[in-house]
Design a protein around this ligand. Structure first.
Ligand SMILES: [Ca+2]
Length: 145
């Protein structure tokens, strides 16, 4: 593919800008990876989070939040959980979302964030997130074996 003239000019313009130093960045809040969400479910503190461990923890958490014992968090209950999450850690804050649109937060919706994080971090797919998966070394992806 040949470069068209406007495209070539655009590339030259970009190259010309590359010599300038970027403006100083504003102070960023400390970034904490969301692995803390999973680590909270390491009930026996052995450094490895089993899927069953996480599911049990999620069950306990929703039971605690479900103060009206309906099995589905209404707006008040969901707000209480969201407020608490926000206060605990703003950098990993993930609000409960009624994505099924049923007017309350059921266990699937309640668990969605932790479950998807688990899927991402369980690199070798063995149903547990081990220390090497929680804290992979910089520049090296965790091995799959
Ligand atoms: Ca694993």
């Amino acid at each position: 593919m040949r470069l068209t003239l406007p495209c070539a000019i655009w590339i030259l313009t970009l190259a010309g800008c590359a010599g300038h130093s970027p403006p100083p960045r504003e102070e960023q809040p400390e970034f904490r990876p969301p692995r803390g969400i999973l680590e909270a479910y390491d009930h026996d503190h052995d450094g490895t989070v089993m899927r069953s461990e996480m599911e049990q923890g999620l069950r306990a958490d929703i039971a605690k939040a479900d103060v009206k014992h309906t099995g589905c968090l209404d707006a008040d209950e969901a707000r209480a959980v969201n407020d608490q999450r926000w206060q605990q850690d703003q950098s990993t804050y993930s609000p409960l979302v009624d994505f099924k649109g049923q007017g309350c937060i059921d266990f699937d919706e309640f668990s969605a964030t932790a479950r998807s994080l688990f899927e991402q971090m369980d690199v070798n797919g063995d149903g547990k997130v081990e220390p090497k998966e929680l804290r992979p070394q910089r520049g090296r992806p965790p091995s799959r074996d």
